[in-house]
Design a protein around this ligand. Sequence first.
Ligand code: GLY
Length: 360
Amino acid sequence: MSPTLLVGLDDRSYPIFIEDGIMAEIGADLANRRIAKRYAVIADDLVAKLYGSTLMRSLEDAGIAAELLTFPHGEASKNLHTFTELASRLAQLGIDRKDGLIALGGGVTGDLTGFLAASYLRGIPFVQVPTTLLSQVDSSVGGKTGVDIPEGKNLVGAFYQPKVVYIDTAVLTTLPQIELLGGLAEVIKYGVIRDFDFFVFMEQNLDRILGLERESIQQMITSCCRIKAEVVAADERESDLRRILNFGHTIGHAVEAASDFTIIHGLAVAIGMVAALRLSVANDLCKKQDAGRIAALINAFGLPTEIPRELDRERIKKYLLTDKKTVAGSVFFVLPTTIGKVIITNEVSESQVNLVLSRK
Ligand code: GLY
Protein backbone atom coordinates (compact mmCIF):
# COMPACT_ATOMS: atom_id res chain seq x y z
CA MET A 1 0.00 0.00 0.00
CA SER A 2 1.33 3.45 -0.74
CA PRO A 3 0.32 6.47 1.34
CA THR A 4 -2.06 9.04 -0.12
CA LEU A 5 -0.33 11.93 1.68
CA LEU A 6 2.44 12.73 4.10
CA VAL A 7 2.39 15.17 7.02
CA GLY A 8 5.88 16.68 6.92
CA LEU A 9 7.17 17.23 10.44
CA ASP A 10 10.82 16.14 10.15
CA ASP A 11 11.45 13.05 12.27
CA ARG A 12 7.79 13.05 13.36
CA SER A 13 6.43 12.97 9.78
CA TYR A 14 3.68 10.44 9.14
CA PRO A 15 1.65 8.99 6.29
CA ILE A 16 -2.10 9.25 5.73
CA PHE A 17 -3.83 6.44 3.85
CA ILE A 18 -7.24 7.23 2.34
CA GLU A 19 -9.00 4.23 0.82
CA ASP A 20 -12.39 2.58 0.58
CA GLY A 21 -12.27 -0.62 2.68
CA ILE A 22 -8.80 -0.04 4.15
CA MET A 23 -9.95 -1.20 7.61
CA ALA A 24 -9.26 -4.83 6.71
CA GLU A 25 -5.74 -4.00 5.43
CA ILE A 26 -4.50 -2.11 8.47
CA GLY A 27 -2.88 -5.14 10.13
CA ALA A 28 -0.83 -5.99 7.05
CA ASP A 29 0.45 -2.43 6.73
CA LEU A 30 1.14 -1.99 10.46
CA ALA A 31 3.10 -5.26 10.54
CA ASN A 32 5.64 -3.69 8.18
CA ARG A 33 5.93 -0.46 10.15
CA ARG A 34 7.16 -1.89 13.43
CA ILE A 35 5.71 0.96 15.45
CA ALA A 36 4.86 -1.18 18.46
CA LYS A 37 5.10 -4.73 19.77
CA ARG A 38 1.40 -4.96 20.63
CA TYR A 39 -1.53 -2.58 20.62
CA ALA A 40 -4.47 -1.55 22.76
CA VAL A 41 -7.29 -0.60 20.40
CA ILE A 42 -9.54 2.03 21.99
CA ALA A 43 -13.10 2.51 20.75
CA ASP A 44 -16.47 3.53 22.12
CA ASP A 45 -19.10 0.80 22.54
CA LEU A 46 -20.96 1.69 19.30
CA VAL A 47 -17.90 1.85 17.04
CA ALA A 48 -16.48 -1.30 18.66
CA LYS A 49 -19.67 -3.14 17.61
CA LEU A 50 -19.51 -1.78 14.06
CA TYR A 51 -15.81 -2.06 13.23
CA GLY A 52 -14.03 -3.67 16.20
CA SER A 53 -14.06 -7.19 14.80
CA THR A 54 -12.84 -6.15 11.29
CA LEU A 55 -9.88 -4.28 12.76
CA MET A 56 -9.05 -6.93 15.37
CA ARG A 57 -9.19 -9.69 12.73
CA SER A 58 -6.93 -7.69 10.43
CA LEU A 59 -4.38 -7.29 13.26
CA GLU A 60 -4.64 -10.96 14.24
CA ASP A 61 -4.21 -12.11 10.62
CA ALA A 62 -1.01 -10.05 10.45
CA GLY A 63 0.29 -11.65 13.66
CA ILE A 64 -0.08 -8.48 15.74
CA ALA A 65 -1.10 -8.93 19.37
CA ALA A 66 -3.91 -6.53 20.36
CA GLU A 67 -6.59 -5.94 23.01
CA LEU A 68 -9.82 -4.05 22.44
CA LEU A 69 -10.74 -1.57 25.21
CA THR A 70 -14.10 0.19 25.08
CA PHE A 71 -15.75 3.10 26.87
CA PRO A 72 -19.33 4.51 26.69
CA HIS A 73 -19.96 6.57 23.54
CA GLY A 74 -20.58 10.34 23.59
CA GLU A 75 -18.81 13.62 24.39
CA ALA A 76 -19.61 13.06 28.10
CA SER A 77 -16.90 10.36 28.12
CA LYS A 78 -14.17 12.74 26.94
CA ASN A 79 -12.98 13.52 30.45
CA LEU A 80 -10.31 12.74 33.01
CA HIS A 81 -12.45 9.99 34.54
CA THR A 82 -12.47 7.93 31.31
CA PHE A 83 -8.79 8.84 30.83
CA THR A 84 -7.91 7.40 34.28
CA GLU A 85 -10.02 4.28 33.74
CA LEU A 86 -8.33 3.58 30.41
CA ALA A 87 -4.86 4.31 31.84
CA SER A 88 -5.55 1.81 34.64
CA ARG A 89 -6.60 -0.81 32.14
CA LEU A 90 -3.42 -0.25 30.14
CA ALA A 91 -1.37 -0.69 33.31
CA GLN A 92 -3.30 -3.84 34.28
CA LEU A 93 -2.63 -5.28 30.82
CA GLY A 94 1.06 -4.53 31.29
CA ILE A 95 1.19 -2.20 28.27
CA ASP A 96 4.77 -0.91 28.22
CA ARG A 97 6.91 1.58 26.29
CA LYS A 98 7.30 -0.78 23.33
CA ASP A 99 3.52 -1.01 22.92
CA GLY A 100 1.11 1.40 21.26
CA LEU A 101 -2.50 2.56 21.05
CA ILE A 102 -4.92 2.59 18.13
CA ALA A 103 -7.78 5.13 18.23
CA LEU A 104 -10.75 3.60 16.40
CA GLY A 105 -13.59 6.12 16.26
CA GLY A 106 -14.59 9.76 15.95
CA GLY A 107 -13.14 12.91 17.50
CA VAL A 108 -13.86 11.95 21.11
CA THR A 109 -11.97 8.66 20.74
CA GLY A 110 -9.11 10.20 18.76
CA ASP A 111 -8.58 13.11 21.15
CA LEU A 112 -8.87 10.95 24.27
CA THR A 113 -6.63 8.17 22.93
CA GLY A 114 -4.08 10.66 21.63
CA PHE A 115 -3.87 12.32 25.04
CA LEU A 116 -3.57 8.94 26.72
CA ALA A 117 -0.75 8.04 24.30
CA ALA A 118 0.96 11.38 25.03
CA SER A 119 0.90 10.82 28.79
CA TYR A 120 0.89 7.08 29.54
CA LEU A 121 4.48 6.18 30.54
CA ARG A 122 5.29 9.75 29.38
CA GLY A 123 4.45 8.86 25.81
CA ILE A 124 3.84 5.76 23.71
CA PRO A 125 3.13 5.67 19.94
CA PHE A 126 -0.40 5.83 18.59
CA VAL A 127 -2.29 5.32 15.36
CA GLN A 128 -5.47 7.08 14.20
CA VAL A 129 -8.32 5.19 12.51
CA PRO A 130 -11.02 7.90 12.27
CA THR A 131 -14.58 6.72 11.60
CA THR A 132 -16.53 10.00 11.21
CA LEU A 133 -16.22 12.55 8.42
CA LEU A 134 -15.30 15.24 10.96
CA SER A 135 -12.46 13.21 12.44
CA GLN A 136 -11.27 12.08 8.99
CA VAL A 137 -10.91 15.62 7.66
CA ASP A 138 -9.91 17.36 10.88
CA SER A 139 -9.11 15.89 14.29
CA SER A 140 -7.20 12.75 13.25
CA VAL A 141 -4.57 14.84 11.44
CA GLY A 142 -2.41 17.41 13.19
CA GLY A 143 -1.83 16.06 16.69
CA LYS A 144 -4.29 18.03 18.81
CA THR A 145 -5.26 15.72 21.67
CA GLY A 146 -7.10 16.29 24.92
CA VAL A 147 -10.13 16.00 27.14
CA ASP A 148 -12.88 18.29 28.43
CA ILE A 149 -13.12 19.60 32.01
CA PRO A 150 -16.25 21.16 33.57
CA GLU A 151 -14.89 24.64 32.74
CA GLY A 152 -14.69 23.96 29.01
CA LYS A 153 -14.03 21.64 26.10
CA ASN A 154 -10.47 20.54 25.28
CA LEU A 155 -8.98 22.62 28.10
CA VAL A 156 -6.53 19.86 29.08
CA GLY A 157 -4.43 18.26 26.36
CA ALA A 158 -1.20 18.07 24.40
CA PHE A 159 0.14 18.37 20.88
CA TYR A 160 1.10 14.78 20.09
CA GLN A 161 1.30 13.43 16.56
CA PRO A 162 0.14 9.95 15.52
CA LYS A 163 2.53 7.59 13.70
CA VAL A 164 0.07 6.88 10.88
CA VAL A 165 -3.54 7.71 9.94
CA TYR A 166 -5.77 5.16 8.16
CA ILE A 167 -8.95 6.66 6.67
CA ASP A 168 -11.52 4.13 5.47
CA THR A 169 -14.07 6.08 3.42
CA ALA A 170 -16.45 3.07 3.42
CA VAL A 171 -17.32 3.71 7.08
CA LEU A 172 -19.22 6.87 6.11
CA THR A 173 -22.14 4.70 4.96
CA THR A 174 -22.97 3.91 8.60
CA LEU A 175 -22.61 7.51 9.76
CA PRO A 176 -25.84 9.28 10.86
CA GLN A 177 -26.84 12.01 8.33
CA ILE A 178 -26.48 14.80 10.90
CA GLU A 179 -22.86 13.81 11.57
CA LEU A 180 -22.15 13.69 7.85
CA LEU A 181 -23.51 17.23 7.59
CA GLY A 182 -21.41 18.38 10.54
CA GLY A 183 -18.29 17.07 8.80
CA LEU A 184 -19.26 18.79 5.56
CA ALA A 185 -19.17 22.19 7.27
CA GLU A 186 -15.47 21.62 8.07
CA VAL A 187 -14.93 20.38 4.51
CA ILE A 188 -16.35 23.61 3.01
CA LYS A 189 -14.13 25.52 5.45
CA TYR A 190 -10.98 24.19 3.76
CA GLY A 191 -12.03 25.60 0.40
CA VAL A 192 -12.81 29.01 1.86
CA ILE A 193 -9.58 29.36 3.84
CA ARG A 194 -7.08 28.08 1.29
CA ASP A 195 -8.26 26.57 -1.97
CA PHE A 196 -10.62 28.19 -4.46
CA ASP A 197 -10.45 25.18 -6.84
CA PHE A 198 -11.54 22.88 -4.04
CA PHE A 199 -14.42 25.25 -3.24
CA VAL A 200 -15.53 24.98 -6.88
CA PHE A 201 -15.19 21.18 -6.67
CA MET A 202 -17.62 21.24 -3.73
CA GLU A 203 -20.07 23.41 -5.70
CA GLN A 204 -19.89 21.08 -8.71
CA ASN A 205 -20.11 17.78 -6.84
CA LEU A 206 -22.74 18.51 -4.22
CA ASP A 207 -25.14 15.71 -5.25
CA ARG A 208 -22.37 13.15 -5.65
CA ILE A 209 -21.01 14.02 -2.22
CA LEU A 210 -24.38 13.91 -0.50
CA GLY A 211 -24.99 10.57 -2.27
CA LEU A 212 -21.60 9.32 -0.91
CA GLU A 213 -20.35 8.57 -4.42
CA ARG A 214 -17.00 6.84 -3.86
CA GLU A 215 -14.65 8.81 -6.08
CA SER A 216 -15.97 12.22 -5.09
CA ILE A 217 -15.76 11.35 -1.39
CA GLN A 218 -12.22 10.05 -1.86
CA GLN A 219 -11.17 13.20 -3.70
CA MET A 220 -12.90 15.44 -1.16
CA ILE A 221 -11.26 13.84 1.89
CA THR A 222 -7.87 13.79 0.18
CA SER A 223 -8.10 17.53 -0.56
CA CYS A 224 -9.06 18.34 3.04
CA CYS A 225 -6.24 16.23 4.49
CA ARG A 226 -3.77 17.74 2.00
CA ILE A 227 -4.70 21.26 3.10
CA LYS A 228 -4.65 20.33 6.77
CA ALA A 229 -1.27 18.59 6.37
CA GLU A 230 0.21 21.69 4.67
CA VAL A 231 -1.06 23.99 7.42
CA VAL A 232 0.11 21.73 10.26
CA ALA A 233 3.53 21.22 8.66
CA ALA A 234 3.94 25.01 8.51
CA ASP A 235 2.71 25.71 12.04
CA GLU A 236 2.27 22.65 14.23
CA ARG A 237 1.58 24.49 17.48
CA GLU A 238 -0.87 27.09 16.21
CA SER A 239 1.27 30.14 16.73
CA ASP A 240 0.36 31.57 13.33
CA LEU A 241 -0.95 29.94 10.12
CA ARG A 242 -2.78 27.07 11.87
CA ARG A 243 -5.17 29.62 13.34
CA ILE A 244 -6.85 29.86 9.91
CA LEU A 245 -8.36 26.43 10.64
CA ASN A 246 -10.49 28.23 13.21
CA PHE A 247 -12.55 29.97 10.50
CA GLY A 248 -16.17 29.86 11.69
CA HIS A 249 -15.10 28.61 15.11
CA THR A 250 -15.04 31.91 17.04
CA ILE A 251 -18.78 32.51 16.93
CA GLY A 252 -19.37 28.81 16.15
CA HIS A 253 -17.90 27.60 19.47
CA ALA A 254 -19.85 30.26 21.37
CA VAL A 255 -23.10 29.19 19.67
CA GLU A 256 -22.32 25.52 20.37
CA ALA A 257 -21.68 26.24 24.06
CA ALA A 258 -24.68 28.59 24.44
CA SER A 259 -26.90 25.83 23.03
CA ASP A 260 -25.53 23.51 25.75
CA PHE A 261 -24.08 21.46 22.89
CA THR A 262 -27.51 20.58 21.48
CA ILE A 263 -26.23 22.16 18.24
CA ILE A 264 -23.46 19.79 17.13
CA HIS A 265 -19.99 21.20 16.41
CA GLY A 266 -20.15 21.15 12.60
CA LEU A 267 -23.53 22.82 12.41
CA ALA A 268 -22.35 25.51 14.86
CA VAL A 269 -19.30 26.03 12.63
CA ALA A 270 -21.59 26.50 9.61
CA ILE A 271 -23.47 29.23 11.51
CA GLY A 272 -20.14 30.70 12.65
CA MET A 273 -18.76 30.79 9.09
CA VAL A 274 -21.77 32.78 7.86
CA ALA A 275 -21.44 35.15 10.85
CA ALA A 276 -17.74 35.63 10.01
CA LEU A 277 -18.66 36.36 6.39
CA ARG A 278 -21.02 39.10 7.57
CA LEU A 279 -18.25 40.62 9.70
CA SER A 280 -15.94 40.45 6.72
CA VAL A 281 -18.38 42.31 4.46
CA ALA A 282 -19.13 44.86 7.23
CA ASN A 283 -15.38 45.60 7.41
CA ASP A 284 -15.05 45.89 3.62
CA LEU A 285 -12.66 42.94 3.62
CA CYS A 286 -14.65 40.72 1.29
CA LYS A 287 -16.98 41.39 -1.65
CA LYS A 288 -20.66 40.80 -0.94
CA GLN A 289 -20.77 38.57 -4.01
CA ASP A 290 -18.05 36.21 -2.67
CA ALA A 291 -19.64 36.10 0.78
CA GLY A 292 -23.01 35.32 -0.83
CA ARG A 293 -21.49 32.51 -2.88
CA ILE A 294 -19.93 30.88 0.20
CA ALA A 295 -23.16 31.21 2.20
CA ALA A 296 -25.09 29.74 -0.74
CA LEU A 297 -22.86 26.64 -0.75
CA ILE A 298 -23.26 26.19 3.01
CA ASN A 299 -27.02 26.46 2.56
CA ALA A 300 -27.07 24.15 -0.47
CA PHE A 301 -25.55 21.35 1.62
CA GLY A 302 -28.49 21.72 4.02
CA LEU A 303 -26.38 23.36 6.73
CA PRO A 304 -27.79 26.10 8.99
CA THR A 305 -26.75 29.70 8.34
CA GLU A 306 -28.56 31.60 11.11
CA ILE A 307 -28.17 31.62 14.89
CA PRO A 308 -31.44 30.14 16.27
CA ARG A 309 -33.69 32.92 17.60
CA GLU A 310 -34.14 31.26 20.98
CA LEU A 311 -30.42 31.27 21.85
CA ASP A 312 -29.52 33.82 24.52
CA ARG A 313 -27.27 36.44 22.84
CA GLU A 314 -25.65 37.48 26.14
CA ARG A 315 -24.57 33.88 26.76
CA ILE A 316 -23.07 33.72 23.27
CA LYS A 317 -21.10 36.90 24.03
CA LYS A 318 -19.92 35.50 27.36
CA TYR A 319 -18.60 32.39 25.63
CA LEU A 320 -16.90 34.52 22.96
CA LEU A 321 -14.82 36.18 25.69
CA THR A 322 -13.89 32.95 27.46
CA ASP A 323 -12.90 31.04 24.32
CA LYS A 324 -9.40 29.47 24.19
CA LYS A 325 -8.67 31.63 21.16
CA THR A 326 -9.37 34.86 23.06
CA VAL A 327 -6.07 36.48 24.02
CA ALA A 328 -5.97 39.14 26.78
CA GLY A 329 -9.68 39.84 26.35
CA SER A 330 -9.27 40.35 22.62
CA VAL A 331 -11.47 38.19 20.42
CA PHE A 332 -9.78 37.05 17.21
CA PHE A 333 -11.73 36.33 14.05
CA VAL A 334 -10.70 34.52 10.88
CA LEU A 335 -12.28 36.56 8.09
CA PRO A 336 -12.33 35.72 4.37
CA THR A 337 -11.02 38.33 1.95
CA THR A 338 -11.98 36.26 -1.09
CA ILE A 339 -12.80 32.58 -1.69
CA GLY A 340 -9.58 30.76 -0.77
CA LYS A 341 -7.98 33.47 1.40
CA VAL A 342 -8.53 34.67 4.95
CA ILE A 343 -6.97 37.06 7.43
CA ILE A 344 -6.83 36.84 11.21
CA THR A 345 -7.88 40.00 13.00
CA ASN A 346 -9.05 41.33 16.35
CA GLU A 347 -10.14 44.62 14.79
CA VAL A 348 -13.83 43.88 14.91
CA SER A 349 -15.93 46.34 16.87
CA GLU A 350 -18.37 45.28 19.55
CA SER A 351 -21.18 46.96 17.63
CA GLN A 352 -20.41 44.84 14.57
CA VAL A 353 -20.48 41.69 16.71
CA ASN A 354 -23.79 42.83 18.22
CA LEU A 355 -25.19 43.37 14.74
CA VAL A 356 -24.20 39.88 13.63
CA LEU A 357 -25.72 38.39 16.78
CA SER A 358 -28.94 40.41 16.49
CA ARG A 359 -32.19 38.63 15.63
CA LYS A 360 -33.44 39.31 12.10
N1 GLY B 1 -9.18 21.71 14.38
C1 GLY B 1 -8.27 22.74 14.23
C2 GLY B 1 -6.85 22.30 14.27
O1 GLY B 1 -6.57 21.13 14.22
O2 GLY B 1 -5.98 23.13 14.37
